[in-house]
Design a protein around this ligand. Sequence first.
Ligand code: PLP
Length: 385
Amino acid sequence: MLTQRIQAVQSSPTLRFTALAKQLQAQGKKVINLAAGEPDFDTPEPIKAAAIRAIQEGFTKYTPTTGIPELKAAIVSALARDRGLTYRPEQIAVTCGAKQALFNLLQVLVQAGDEVLIPSPYWVSYPEMVRLAAATPVEIRMDPKNGFRLDPKAVERGCNSKTRCLILNSPSNPTGAVLDENRLKAIAQIAKAHSLWIISDEIYAQLAYGTKAPSIAAVAPDVASRTLVVDGVSKAYAMTGWRIGYLAGPTEVVEAAGRLQDHSTSNPTSISQRAALAALTGDPASIRQMVQEFGQRRDLLVRRLAAVPKISFVEPEGAFYCFVDISATGLRSAAFSERLLQEALVASIPGEGFGWDSHVRLSFAIGRQALEEGLTRFETFIRSL
Ligand SMILES: Cc1ncc(COP(=O)(O)O)c(C=O)c1O
C-alpha cells in the first residue's frame, strides 16, 4: 500500500503528452513540438568546455551540499548585476535545479494546517509540492482580461489566519505574464500585513521581451527578509539537463533548506556546478542572442495566432509560452491537445494541468521555420472543427 502522501499527487500532464508525441515520432510521423518546456538551443560551448575541464581535472567528488564557494560568489554577483538584489554567500543554496529549490523551501516553510496561495494558471508542480509538504494549495484565479496579472486585491481576499506563503512566478509559465514594479509593491504590502513568506520563482527572469521582469525583493526591500528568490541556469543558459538551480533569502531558511538537502540529494553534480560558474561569469552575448531570437519567435507567434478564428490569447511578455483559450471550439483541453496531435501532428500541453481546462499551452522554444509550420497546422486544425 502506498502512502496517502503520494496517492494525493498527480502525474505530470506535461510528461504524458511529450511521451505521446515521441511515440508518434518513433512511428516516422513528422510531429511539430509546440509542447517544449526547454530552450531548443544547445548549451553554449564555453560552458560545455568548463564541464569537460572539470572532469579532466578530477573535479568529480562530493562538494559542500549547498554548492562550491566560487559558484555562490558568482550567484551573488549575478543577482546584484542582473536583478539589483543584495545577498551574502551564506544566503545562497545551490540546488539540483530550481525545482529542488522550490521543493526544499516548501518543506521548510509550511506544514499540515497551513495554506499556500498559488496564482492560477500556475506551473504544474506548485500544488503537488505544497501537498507533499502536507499543506493546502489555495488557488487565486487570475483574469485574462487583466493580462493574467495577479491582482493584489485577490491576494488580500485569499488570506486568512492559516495562510503562510504566497508563490509568485514572473515571467509566468504558462502565460508569459510579467508583474511590474507597482503591482509587486502592492502585493508585497499585503504579504507583509499577513506575515506571509513569499517564494518568488524567477526562473524566466532573463527571458522578457520589450520589458524587464523585476524581482519583488528588489522593488520592495522591506519584504526581502520574508522572500525566497528562486532562479537557476536551466532556461536562460539552455542548461535544463545540467540540473543547477539556486535559492536566495534569509540565512535561517537557507540553512534549513540546506539541512534537508544534506539528507536527500547532497550536493548538485560537481561538474554541473563548474559549468554553471562558467555560465554566470561568462560573456553575456550568447544569452542576449537567445533572448533576441525568442523575442522574434514571440512576435511571429502573436502575429500568426491573431489570424486564427475561435481562439483568444494574452500576448506573452516573457518566458516562451502562450496560453491560448480554446473554449469556443467546444473541446476540453485534453481532448483538444489529443486531437491536435493525432490529426495535425502538433504537440501542445492541455491547460488542465495548469488549472485551466479551457486553455492549451503553446511553446515557442522551437526554430522559426518549424514554428511557422506548426502554426499553419494549428490554424488548419481549428478551421476544420
Ligand atoms: C515556472 C518554473 N519553475 C521552475 C522550473 C524548474 O526549473 P529547473 O529545470 O531548473 O528545475 C520550471 C521548469 O519548467 C518552471 O517552468
